[in-house]
Design a protein around this ligand. Structure first.
Ligand SMILES: *[C@@H]1O[C@H](CO)[C@@H](O)[C@H](O)[C@H]1NC(C)=O
Ligand SMILES: *[C@@H]1O[C@H](CO)[C@@H](O)[C@H](O)[C@H]1NC(C)=O
Length: 297
């Protein structure tokens, strides 16, 4: 009995020693990765694996949506989660389609009885803090929404939305549900932004800059709104995303339910709207200004 006890203890000692060693080996590797990425150099190959397991969760990326960047399987940076044919890639970037639902569509009490499928694309990676710029244009069809958002599995969101029924503005929003809320709190943290030139149908560069201290939204390099964690207090809880999120691009039909349709200036009037419309995502860039930097020695 006592022999077994001793050998167990020494195995545990050995294990904690190995664990400590791993910690010592891992920490400087992470630090040197962040450091070298600051200088714009590529990380050493043997550091890559360590970084993917590290806590700083942001990898720089720039995509013009070449065919190799997106597919319907998840071995590319972006994955289409809407049906085949709902998107296409080309020299102009990624085009997301929205088609009129087939058959008869009845409008009653401010909603349509059929809603188009639209198109949705996820990034297969997540980021925890970072700066994402979307170069996008959306169709000017009332009731149709073009969205460039960050979204988490627990329904956290940081949004940029182009409403087809309001050509001179774009919308910003944030969600981070709290257990203290009774249902989703819509409209509380939303913002209505303008353009210095042009409208939603022209391509613009929209940026979400998400750090632990603030979320800032910009259009064409001009900051239009910033929100700090304290400014998201509601029901005695912060509604500030602090967990990893995916990039999600989409075009959707906001013709139902009633509140959504009213917000989007819908429902879509299919007697006037083109039967096939699209949003164009020319490119997307992820910058990582908030990864942990090497401490000065
Ligand atoms: C797309 O992203 C959302 C939000 O993170 C997630 O809930 C959903 O599972 C994702 N779908 C795919 C296929 O990646
Ligand atoms: C995205 O497209 C715009 C417009 O063509 C261009 O100015 C910008 O440099 C592009 N960004 C990237 C990362 O390709």
């Amino acid at each position: 009995m006592s022999l077994t006890f001793y050998s167990k203890t020494s195995v545990m000692h050995l294990l904690s020693l190995v664990f400590l060693l791993i910690l010592v080996v891992l920490s400087p590797a992470q630090a040197s990765y962040s450091g070298s990425s600051q200088l714009g150099k590529s990380p050493q190959p043997h550091h890559r694996e360590l970084v993917s397991r590290s806590t700083s969760d942001c990898q720089e990326l720039s995509s013009v949506f070449a065919t190799g960047d997106i597919s319907t399987t998840s071995d590319t940076s972006f994955v289409a989660i809407s049906p085949v044919g709902s998107y296409s890639t080309g020299p102009g970037g990624l085009e997301l389609f929205l088609e009129r639902p087939s058959g008869k569509i009845t409008t009653k009490d401010g909603v349509n009885d059929k809603v188009a499928t639209g198109a949705t694309v996820n990034s297969t990676f997540t980021i925890l803090y970072g700066r994402v710029t979307f170069y996008v244009s959306g169709p000017l069809v009332p009731g149709i929404v073009t969205a460039a958002i960050l979204v988490g599995d627990s329904h956290d969101e940081i949004d940029i939305e182009l409403l087809g029924g309001d050509s001179t503005h774009w919308q910003t929003n944030v969600f981070a549900p709290s257990p203290r809320d009774h249902g989703t709190i819509y409209g509380v943290f939303s913002g209505l932004e303008d353009y210095a030139h042009g409208n939603a149908e022209d391509p613009h560069a929209y940026t979400i800059d998400w750090s632990p201290q603030r979320i800032a939204w910009s259009v064409d390099g001009r900051e239009v709104r910033a929100l700090t964690p304290d400014q998201t207090l509601k029901n005695s809880a912060r509604h500030y995303p602090v967990r990893p999120m995916r990039i999600q691009l989409g075009i959707w039909d906001a013709s139902s339910p009633q509140g959504t349709a009213a917000w989007a200036k819908g429902p879509v009037d299919w007697t006037k709207a083109p039967h096939k419309t699209s949003a164009m995502f020319k490119n997307v860039t992820v910058d990582c200004p908030y990864v942990r930097k090497r401490k000065a020695v």
